[in-house]
Design a binder for this molecule. Sequence first.
Ligand code: FE2
Length: 295
Amino acid sequence: MGDCSSDGLPGGGDRMTAALNADQITAFERDGFLVINDFADLDTCAALRDAAGQLVDAFDPAEVRSVFSTQSHSYAADRYFLDSGDAIRFFLEEGAMASDGALDRPKHLAINKIGHALHTRAPLFRDIANDPRLTTILQQLGQAEPWPVQSMLIFKQPGIGGAVVPHQDATFLHTQPVSVIGLWLALEDAGPDNGGLFVAPGGHRGPLRQRMVREGDGAEPRTRFATVDETPLPSYPNDAVYVDIAAPAGSLVALHGLVPHGSTTNRADVSRQAFMLHVVDRAAQWSDDNWIRPA
Ligand code: FE2
């Protein structure tokens, strides 16, 4: 068994240098999630934020204004999303867009996320996705052959960064058996005050509730949600099963594909950027009706 050894950082921090220890693996199996402190150093976090900022620099909001205008046909928006699996595409905060698609603030403060192929198309993000430590961690957490299939940079803009309602990642990335693990790298300090994650410990032992399936191939692909199990997901914040996660910049949160989780609206005056990588096991059976068509 490898270990997560400390390299003696000041302040007692443990830089994640090798692999998970037995307690961490046990915690993931028990809770369905694991916070791994100091996976990335602060310089790496800053470089990834800069790289994301450069992508936004080059982005012309007019490209998507017509796509996401509430007056346009939703098909265009569906297509923009469905074709993003092998592309770098830009998704704006609804709260920053007028009905004609015009932005009410600078684009850098209006962007919700970039997705969904940063891990193959953006060099620094590709480096992170190919970090051998990730392969080791994912294998320790049960994947025989980790296969990154989706990535996102989530901005969580100050004041408006939209909430993500409780969900299971296997709803969106399905294999048989369920194998997806979400890796959530905090690029800035994240907590309950600025739109941080909440998770239901142990909730991964419950069933998959629904799947988002792609259908209507050809000219007009679309998605729909199919119920798999009627058991409702606990709601947030009403249901006490959830715990808020404090994830300092550089920490990596691993999420089991069935564990209910989400994040709150960011009401703070600082952003809360995070890089998300979703990885499935190539040894599991990929479901061809997943929304994304990975290369
Ligand atoms: Fe998720």
